[in-house]
Design a protein around this ligand. Structure first.
Ligand code: FES
Length: 573
């Protein structure tokens, strides 16, 4: 342990503790910009500088370890002046369009300026140029005019996701963040997960918005607009509209979407149940008939792109099931269109997702099995929150409403898809029933819950030992995949989700990188499951009806045509 004094307060902390951490322990809040929990401290912005007695230069507190006997000042005139100058310089270099910026309510640079009492900037303003905007990606837009070079996006992409899609290029005044070899985000190994956007302190990265197209579709009298919402949107939306983290707002969400003018308000949870029925059927078929094992889940488009970029040799391990979003789209433009007597070409299929990679997924060439594009537009949780606000809907006080009975009814198993381990748990419930003809003794498979990077468990189903693994974040997925590549994988079934915490922490959710907060969102989903009338996907009466009226059996030819897909390896020049 070491003992030091911060602003006169005695602190005793373990050796190796940074000044920033020690100050936090003493309830002293030092401002930061490039620093973010879970990422390697870079110490580059110097907003967090402090004064150490006996030292000439100020030190970045996020990187500097505290030492025995140190006397530190976090708020001296010299420190305040230095911080102010740093932030003033950042602002002078920052292209200002605060009025229309996507981050305008939560911009960390703006918050810093306020906190440091900056009202005027004594340096000339940067004009910025359109050339600095990268629009090559189907999911994300990078605007380097606003970049403050904190490097959080680079580090999350490298350290957490191990995708290495972006990095710093150039030197001195030419230093900037760019996709590999300046080729544009859409032309490199970017998984579209959007975690870069989650950690960006300003509005330098944001989703490719489709709000305008969706408003137009809603207003068009010829079109029938069907909307689905992913499991974790019902917790993310609560936060975006001012309710506490973990609050489940399913009924209010349906009501708001109806008021916005969608013609049919359905639910991706229904399609999550459908995915489980198809995926459990596929797993059992692989186990019984010597198919490729372990089988890996395929719901997450960030993970699928990562696999196509980095592990195409493991492609046969990946389930052929489409994601719930795409299954929903295919069913909406076939079964639902037929049932309601609507021309499928007049149906516009909109999905509300916690995910930016879904914007990429819906554009994939393979996703047209309904004869049309299965999903036309994808809005993130943040985008739909903006639409609800724009429409002046008092969300918090909305009375709850129901979803469409055909494509909106779901079980608890469908809801937990939104948390890491949820797909695995939902699949195990149904696989257990399919293999034994009985319900599992306990529906909760606790071993696959929580935010540990890689979780594993052995499930005994009638004497058959199934070893399973769950990985979230692509860096953790790599560990499981490398083991598989080396022929050492002990697993039968693996779930992979690209984002920290699973979809609850997706790139389209309200910005926050804390795993603690993401766990709260997951708790909301598990609560929803616990109170659901049905908790196993194959017991969903709407799913049973879909098979009896349209698809036939799980895994049938029609089910394969509409609900399954294939993948391909990708090369980049
Ligand atoms: Fe410490 Fe940037 S926050 S140097």
């Amino acid at each position: 342990m070491v003992t030091a004094y911060i602003d006169g307060i005695k602190v005793t902390v373990p050796e190796g503790t940074t000044i920033l951490q020690a100050a936090k322990q003493a309830n002293i809040d030092i401002p930061t910009l490039c620093f973010l929990e879970r990422l390697e401290p870079r110490g580059s912005c110097r907003v967090c500088v402090v004064e150490i007695e006996g030292e000439k230069r100020l030190s970045p507190s996020c990187k500097r370890e505290i030492q025995d006997g140190m006397r530190i000042r976090t708020n001296s005139p010299r420190v305040r002046e230095a911080r102010r100058t740093i932030v003033e310089l950042l602002i002078s270099d920052h292209y200002e369009d605060c009025l229309s910026c996507v981050k305008n309510q939560e911009c960390e640079l703006l918050a810093l300026a306020r906190r440091l009492n900056i009202s005027t900037v004594p340096f000339p303003k940067s004009e910025g140029s359109e050339a600095e905007i990268d629009e090559t990606s189907l999911a994300l837009i990078r605007d380097n005019r606003k970049c403050v070079l904190c490097g959080r996006c680079v580090r999350v992409c490298r350290e957490i996701q191990t995708a290495h899609a972006i990095d710093f290029v150039g030197r001195g005044r030419d230093l900037r963040v760019s996709a590999w070899l300046d080729q544009g985000l859409g032309n490199v190994m970017c998984t579209n997960c959007g975690q870069c956007l989650q950690v960006c302190p300003v509005g330098a990265i944001y989703e490719r918005s489709e709000i305008a197209q969706v408003w137009r579709a809603i207003e068009s009298p010829d079109l029938f607009v069907v909307v689905q919402e992913a499991p974790s949107v019902r917790v993310g939306l609560a936060e975006a509209l001012g309710l506490p983290p973990g609050t489940v707002v399913t009924g209010k969400m349906y009501a708001a979407l109806k008021r916005l003018g969608f013609d049919a308000v359905c639910d991706t949870n229904f399609a999550a149940d459908l995915t489980i029925v198809e995926e459990a059927t596929e797993l059992i078929d692989r186990v019984k008939n010597g198919g490729t094992l372990p089988m890996i889940t395929s719901c997450c488009p960030g993970w699928i792109k990562f696999m196509e970029d980095n592990y195409p040799d493991l492609m046969d391990h990946v389930s052929t099931c489409k994601s719930p979003q795409q299954m929903f789209g295919a069913v909406a433009k076939t079964y639902f269109a037929k049932k309601r007597g609507i021309d499928p070409s007049k149906i516009v299929s909109v999905s509300i997702m916690p995910c930016t990679a879904k914007k990429f997924e819906k554009e994939r060439e393979e996703m047209k099995d309904s004869g049309q594009r299965d999903v036309d537009f994808v809005l993130t949780t943040r985008e739909i929150a903006r639409m609800i606000q724009e429409a002046g809907i008092d969300f918090v006080n909305l009375p709850e409403e129901e979803a469409d009975p055909d494509l909106g009814y779901y079980t608890g198993a469908g809801t937990i898809f939104g948390a890491t381990g949820g797909v695995m748990e939902a699949a195990l419930r149904t696989a257990y029933c399919y293999l034994t003809g009985k319900r599992p003794p306990k529906l909760e498979f606790e071993d696959v819950r929580g935010v540990e990077g890689v979780k594993s468990a052995t499930i005994n189903i009638n004497g058959l030992e199934i070893k399973v693994a769950v990985a979230h974040e692509l860096g953790n997925a790599r560990k499981v995949l490398d083991e598989l590549r080396e022929g050492k994988s002990p697993y039968t079934f693996i779930e992979i989700m690209a984002c920290p915490g699973g979809c609850v922490g997706g790139g389209g959710q309200p910005s926050n990188f804390s795993l603690e907060l993401r766990s709260k969102r997951a708790e909301g989903l598990y609560e929803d499951d616990l109170h659901s009338k049905e908790r196993m996907s194959h017991e969903n009466p709407a799913i049973q009806r879909l098979y009896s009226e349209f698809l036939g059996e799980p895994g049938s030819e029609l089910a394969h045509k509409l609900l399954h897909t294939h993948y391909h390896s990708r090369t980049y020049s």
